[in-house]
Design a protein around this ligand. Structure first.
Ligand code: GLC
Ligand code: CA
Length: 545
């Protein structure tokens, strides 16, 4: 029986993208030893766990999301001993380590795939998804997420293999029981090392059926997840979060079943798709409608209350920086970064902070494609150039949405390369590091860093943050995102001016609100309850009438 209030319901999780966090040996690539050096910083921020993007042995075609050995560390990041060290050292700072499991596909350089493509009778052949066909005519028209056909021909076996991502990321065949057992064994290997949990990459895509064109939410999905759970973390207190682009408010309670048969929670992406042209790619930009954001977030807050568990996030290693995306990374960078943090951290769920978000780090606008490294970005550039898009048009999309926006090195201080490396960084540092960096922010009590620290502290102090229910306020207001949380006789009111334009609420609308005790706000001069300055955000806590 799962604990009625597991630790992760009060936790805040910090995501590290290891290659961009801290380099310890001057090769320009972040590593495990580098992370260990920064544990003190993370403890002072107040986080409970680190989700580590993949550090397994990998050819790095998709920066580690292409694994060639599930039970080893890539030499670029360190050794197994470094990993043991990280787990032990993090414990001393009261921080758990969450590993990233990529179970939908492996690298084509994994031993299993090397064997699988030797012959149809090889015992590993069936670990992957194959279809007969003739060279030049793939089984169907399915496209890979990173461009091109989802099918690649292997002459040795005279068959196509299926890959939802790059050509070097062949999909694993979850219908094969031996494959599933191998994966569970790898998971237990990390559990025995004392990790605190797992993030499961594109987990809703494991039960694919390419003949029917099904990628996410295949018919066997929940059966496979339950088997995985029962064979690995099911009876532990580990936190598990499934990445599920196909999750909706109807199926999310199944994934995050409070009885603990599947995961603690999922990452769903409904709010993330709101600034693209509906039905088109993320590169096809559209302005965010605040009304749509309110509607989506409210639906998830209300929909999962008591039935599942929300993960709260604006950012990760695949997404642009939120302050550049929906805030203002110019004159109101600090105010808008704090406003967005308030809006998210006031909600029910487990908040995730992506490295540098706590500093208000921004997108980067590299002038040419040569500065970019991400496979998705490079493939998109090639495809759109061939399709006749202008250079300016493509760069505009990349500046807004390229995954490299999140992947520029962490900005530690104002010294060369932002204190990230003594060598040449694998991806250029954002030139704004002299103005935006951790050293300055830690020293400045009014910084974005200290604001995140305060939000984390409040979540630990007041159970209403994790347990209270949710009601949207001023639903039709064009600029104010406001809501109320209630728990027992307490009521918490969160009010955020989403834009630069100051706004004033009508006196009769403010009068009934319980706004006596201000818990936190992003301006240091006193507030007038009805008036909101640019991006002003406030949290009040009161006893209900
Ligand atoms: C997930 C990861 C992303 C990766 C993809 C394929 O979406 O977050 O970085 O490229 O899966 O593994
Ligand atoms: Ca290094």
């Amino acid at each position: 029986m799962a604990n009625p209030q597991p630790w992760w319901k009060n936790a805040v999780i910090y995501q590290i993208y290891p290659r961009s966090f801290q380099d310890s040996n001057g090769d320009g690539i972040g590593d495990l030893a580098g992370i260990i050096q920064r544990l003190g910083y993370l403890e002072s921020l107040g986080i409970d766990a680190i989700w580590l993007s993949p550090v397994y042995r990998s050819p790095q075609d998709d920066n580690g999301y292409d694994i060639s050995d599930y039970c080893d560390i890539d030499p670029m990041f360190g050794t197994l001993a470094d990993m043991d060290n990280l787990i032990t050292e993090a414990q001393k700072h009261h921080i758990r380590i969450i590993m990233d499991l990529v179970l939908n596909h492996s690298s084509d350089e994994h031993r299993w795939f090397q064997e699988a493509k030797k012959s149809r009778d090889n015992p590993y052949h069936d670990y992957y998804v194959w279809r007969d066909g003739v060279e030049g005519t793939p089984p169907n028209k399915m496209r890979a997420t990173f461009g091109g056909s989802a099918w690649t021909w292997v002459p040795e076996v005279g068959q196509y293999y299926f890959h939802q991502f790059s050509i070097k990321q062949p999909d694993l065949n979850w219908d094969n029981p031996a494959l599933r057992q191998e994966l569970y064994k790898a998971i237990r290997f990390w559990m025995d090392k004392g990790v605190g949990g797992f993030r499961l990459d594109v987990i809703d895509q494991i039960a694919k059926d390419p003949d029917l064109g099904i990628t996410s939410n295949g018919p066997m999905l929940h059966a496979y997840i339950r088997e995985l759970n029962a064979n690995t973390f099911g009876s532990t207190d580990l936190v598990t979060v499934g990445e599920a682009w196909g999750a909706n408010v109807q199926n999310a309670p199944i994934f995050s079943d409070p009885r603990g048969k599947e995961f603690s929670m999922v990452f769903q992406f409904e709010h993330i798709g709101l600034d693209q042209i509906p039905g088109k790619a993320k590169w096809d930009l559209a302005p965010l409608q605040l009304s749509a954001l309110k509607e989506v977030l409210t639906k998830w807050q209300v929909g999962l209350h008591g039935k599942g568990w929300n993960s709260l996030f604006w950012n990760n290693h695949d997404l642009p920086r939120i302050v550049s995306r929906w805030g203002n990374d110019g004159a109101y960078r600090q105010e808008s970064a704090k406003m967005l943090a308030t809006l998210l951290h006031g909600m029910q769920g487990t908040p995730y902070i992506y490295q540098g978000e706590e500093l208000g780090m921004t997108n980067v606008a590299f002038p040419t494609i040569d500065d970019y490294r991400d496979i998705e970005t490079l493939n998109m550039y090639r495809e759109r150039t061939q399709a006749g898009y202008s250079e300016a048009d493509i760069l505009r999309s990349l500046h807004a949405k390229s995954r490299d926006n999140a992947r520029t090195p962490m900005q530690w201080d104002a010294t060369t390369n932002a204190g990230f490396t003594d060598g040449t960084p694998w991806l250029q540092v954002n030139p704004n590091y002299t103005a935006i960096n951790a050293a300055d922010e830690v020293a400045d009590a009014g910084s974005v860093f200290h604001y995140y620290q305060a939000l984390i502290r409040l979540r630990k102090q007041y159970p209403i943050f994790s347990e209270g229910d949710f009601t949207l306020l001023f639903a039709d207001h064009p600029a104010l995102f406001a809501y109320q949380r209630r728990l027992g006789d307490q009521v918490m009111t969160v009010l955020c001016n989403f834009y630069e334009e100051p706004l004033t609420l009508p006196a009769d609308a403010v009068a009934p609100l319980p706004l006596d005790t201000l818990l936190l706000g992003n301006y240091d001069t006193p507030a007038d309850a009805a008036h909101f300055r640019p991006y002003e955000a406030r949290i009040y806590l009161n006893n209900a009438e």
